[in-house]
Design a protein around this ligand. Structure first.
Ligand SMILES: NC(=O)c1ccc[n+]([C@@H]2O[C@H](COP(=O)([O-])OP(=O)(O)OC[C@H]3O[C@@H](n4cnc5c(N)ncnc54)[C@H](O)[C@@H]3O)[C@@H](O)[C@H]2O)c1
Ligand SMILES: [Zn+2]
Length: 406
């Protein structure tokens, strides 16, 4: 079936059912693909999500219009893992060049942007060229920023290959790089023309990266989807095994959540803040450990438990919800331990976070699973108490459960 570009506004035609902005494309794979629309200041774009999405890449890109040339931007590691599948989906044998750069977080910098744009130049890219970013959040953010800057903007398609990039970073148009002074300090909002998220591309991802991505999935369920939270509680073992059916369900469902939030608040002036649930704590943990101890999702996992405790301390989150949140997060597996620093050091790190508005700490809290709001009147002493007891509570419950089983 041929892709219909604007199907999310109209009736999609035969083989396609459209409901509330989501088109269910039939006859593509036994697992249905979803077409999820994201609104942005530069116009709407689709996220085609589900098992088999990559096989439609050439078709979907053809539906975007004509391009003078195609330029895949990826990393050697990603390309080794999924290059062949992506190449087949894109039908790259018909022309196109591949530009590989190191996607370590330490290489997420302006030098990589220079390398990519110079490589595009040498390959003859012009204003009518298309950049296709294939990789995790680092590739997406750097290649996205390069596409935004090259010739003042060439069209961009994301093919995310980590769980984080599929459910989070490829949607919403944020691109950018780090400076020695801090993370993501240079960048732009540059929405893509299309995103293709295929959970099949996650097969080769390391266990640690996959579990880190699941922390963001749990976050989405806490802030916006109580039903998904219950499904995760029921099926976590299958999810951890990367069961095809589970991922085929979870990835599009999470894309929908992120798409809904950023469509309503592209520039993070309000609603988008709820996506930071657990992140005020997580950024402080990452910063005091110099970004070496935790994979980001692991810091978010700690951060979400702390945010649940904070909600409870403030009389917002019910004890039962706190236990469910903590229990689900702990099923992700053991986390690197909480740093041995005083609570005041973490508080200091929170106050110097770039998202802190004029020294006021903001926390996203969940009054009940499936809902979240941002609060900026949380007393410091309560935060300090939570920073103090979170690691103690979690470690002691570790010992308790060990005691019971051993
Ligand atoms: N733009 C946004 O809105 C946004 C949101 C969240 C995170 N981010 C950014 O995303 C970055 C983190 O992204 P990430 O979590 O996707 O990690 P990542 O891009 O650092 O990738 C993690 C590792 O997995 C490898 N990898 C990627 N895909 C693979 C695959 N299919 N098989 C095997 N290995 C694979 C990569 O080479 C890398 O070594 C951070 O820089 C963060 O700032 C941006
Ligand atoms: Zn995050």
């Amino acid at each position: 079936m041929v892709a219909r570009r604007n199907c999310a506004y109209k009736n999609g035609g035969s083989g396609m059912r459209c409901k509330r902005g989501v088109c269910y494309i039939e006859n593509v794979s036994p697992m249905k693909l979803k077409r999820i629309l994201v609104k942005s200041s530069a116009g709407p774009y689709s996220v085609v999500s589900g098992a088999g999405a990559i096989r439609r890449a050439a078709l979907e890109i053809a539906a975007l219009g004509r391009f003078s040339s195609f330029h895949v931007v990826s990393s050697p590691k990603v390309w080794r893992a999924v290059g062949r599948t992506v190449q087949r989906g894109l039908q790259l044998s018909k022309g196109g060049s591949i530009h590989l750069f190191d996607d370590a977080e330490s290489a997420k910098n302006l030098r990589s942007v220079e390398q990519i744009t110079r490589s595009l130049c040498r390959a003859g890219a012009d204003r009518q060229s298309l950049v296709v970013a294939v990789g995790g959040g680092v590739v997406g953010d750097v290649a996205g920023f390069a596409a935004a800057a090259f010739l003042r903007g060439v069209k961009l398609v994301h093919i995310p290959t980590t769980l984080v990039s599929q459910v989070d970073s490829s949607i919403g148009g944020k691109t950018g790089v780090n400076l020695p002074e801090g993370k993501n300090l240079v960048g732009s909002f540059y929405p893509p023309q299309l995103v293709l998220t295929d959970p099949e591309l996650l097969r080769t991802l390391s266990d640690r990266e996959f579990r880190g991505g699941l922390a963001e999935v749990i976050k989405h369920s806490i802030i916006a989807d109580a039903e998904m939270f219950a499904i995760l509680e029921k099926n976590m073992e299958r999810v951890l095994r990367r069961d095809r059916l589970e991922l085929g369900f979870l990835v599009p469902r999470n894309v929908q959540i992120k798409a809904r939030v950023v469509s309503r608040d592209e520039r993070e002036s309000g609603l988008r803040e709820i996506l930071n649930f657990g992140h005020t704590f997580a950024h402080a943990l990452e910063s005091v450990t110099k970004y070496r101890r935790y994979q980001h999702g692991e810091a978010v996992a700690w951060g979400m438990m702390a945010a649940a405790f904070l909600g409870h301390e403030l009389g917002l989150t019910r004890a039962n919800d706190v236990s469910r949140i903590v229990a689900l997060i702990r099923r992700l597996g053991p986390l690197p331990s909480w740093p041995r620093v005083p609570a005041t050091a973490l508080l200091r790190a929170m106050r110097s976070d770039k998202k802190t508005r004029s020294g006021i700490l903001r926390f996203v809290l969940s009054p009940r699973i499936g809902e979240a709001r941002s609060y900026d009147t949380v007393p410091f002493h309560v935060v300090e108490r939570v920073l103090h007891f979170t690691p103690r509570l979690i470690t002691s419950s570790n010992k308790l459960s060990l005691g019971r089983h051993g």
